[in-house]
Design a protein around this ligand. Structure first.
Ligand SMILES: NC(=O)C1=CN([C@@H]2O[C@H](COP(=O)(O)OP(=O)(O)OC[C@H]3O[C@@H](n4cnc5c(N)ncnc54)[C@H](O)[C@@H]3O)[C@@H](O)[C@H]2O)C=CC1
Ligand SMILES: O=C(OP(=O)(O)O)[C@H](O)COP(=O)(O)O
Length: 338
């Protein structure tokens, strides 16, 4: 049983902690918070995770709030085989020296640059690259979404060139300081956006160019893909491929799953923890091959799609499982993923 520490218990961290706790070959030995808020209290009192503090000077605040702490993040990582760094983007690099000093392996998230670890991770595209690695980065929710479906098409579909327009959610549901609340924002305003190059960190050599905008929604991201192809493929063959791949689902607008709002309602009906939808839904009606181009539209539940990838990354880096399919199947089963 391998020991996993989660540094940062926010949107991604709390989901990774629960996903690790659901596995039978790894356990959560601690999570960290910087403030004694409701998430800190829930971690200790509801989930039973030992809580460590990211900023030692704040120990008194936790004491005053009556929230029991087990030590500092430096204490936590001493006990761990691996730490999953789920701190906000650009905080992670500050922690790398601490991890190196403690001799603990570390997984970063998509808010950090590929260069931080020199190794980016997606379960389907490049599991083997991280086998036994000390440091790796699970690519962002958007990059994970693009990679999931593009990798599924390969090799039946001879992908020549990918162009994608990414409609990004303005903020996560719990955030009140981000926007926009009444605008469409080219973001980043430059073309291409960082998502295309980011896919190339896990799918080497693929020609993919992306542009992105932010819209006033918190529910999901939405992607529109145009894939130039070099062979003849039918719509049904593409649908069949996507239907067979786990962590991808083909959904029908005609059956009422006609928006991101409906998809989130579906996740609730599935009884998912936190209403999460780990799978990438692709709209069946959008899948269309016209001449030498394949078109499709998909959505990404930004809060949860990267969570199973973190579990697989732990298995690869700690050499628990050398077969990526076995890890993916095990993770899926434990998390109830379709
Ligand atoms: N929210 C999303 O949609 C997604 C986020 N990511 C990436 O995951 C990472 C984490 O993002 P979120 O979970 O959304 O952030 P968050 O803000 O919800 O959570 C971050 C956590 O880190 C803690 N923290 C803050 N400063 C810290 C510090 N100096 N040391 C230790 N802990 C600190 C916070 O208290 C909080 O618990 C980022 O790299 C982000 O880009 C990846 C996929 C999707
Ligand atoms: O980290 C994320 O969101 P955030 O930086 O807006 O909190 C998501 O993974 C989306 O990031 P991306 O649009 O850079 O892929």
């Amino acid at each position: 049983m391998k020991s996993v520490a989660i540094n940062g218990f926010g949107t991604i961290g709390k989901r990774v902690a629960d996903a690790v706790a659901a596995q039978d070959d790894m356990k959560v030995i601690g999570v960290s918070k910087t403030r004694p808020n409701f998430e800190a209290r829930t971690a200790v009192e509801e989930k039973g995770y030992p809580l460590y503090i990211g900023i030692p000077e704040r120990e008194n605040l936790f004491k005053e709030a009556g929230i029991e702490i087990a030590g500092t993040v430096e204490d936590m990582i001493q006990e761990a085989d691996i730490v999953v760094d789920c701190t906000p983007g650009n905080i992670g690099p500050q922690n790398l020296e601490m991890y190196k000093k403690a001799g603990v392996k570390a997984i970063y998230q998509g808010g950090e640059d590929h260069e931080l670890t020199g190794l980016s991770f997606n379960s389907f595209a490049n599991y083997d690259d991280s086998y036994g690695a000390d440091y790796a980065r699970v690519v962002s929710c958007n990059t994970t979404g693009l990679t999931r479906t593009l990798h599924t098409l390969n090799p039946l579909v001879d992908i020549k060139k990918v162009r994608a327009v990414m409609v990004r959610r303005g903020s996560d549901p719990s955030e009140i300081k981000k926007g926009p609340i009444n605008a469409i924002v080219p973001n980043p305003p430059k073309v291409p956006s960082h998502h295309g190059p980011d896919v190339q960190t896990v799918m080497k050599g693929i020609d993919v160019t992306t542009m992105a905008l932010l819209v006033p929604t918190t529910l999901m991201h939405q992607h529109n893909l145009m894939v130039e192809i070099g062979n003849e493929v039918s719509n049904d063959e593409v649908i069949d491929l996507l239907e067979k791949r786990s962590r991808v689902m083909v959904v029908e607008a005609g059956a009422g799953l006609d928006s991101t709002a409906a998809l989130m309602e579906y996740a609730k009906d599935l009884g998912r923890s936190r209403n999460d939808l780990y799978e990438i839904p692709v709209w069946k009606e959008s899948i269309n091959v016209v001449d030498n181009e394949l078109f499709y539209m998909q959505a990404v539940h930004q809060e949860s799609d990267v969570v199973p990838e973190n579990v697989d990354a732990i298995r690869a880096m700690l050499e628990i499982e050398s077969d990526r399919e076995k890890s993916i199947t095990k993770t899926n089963k434990a998390m109830g993923i379709l």
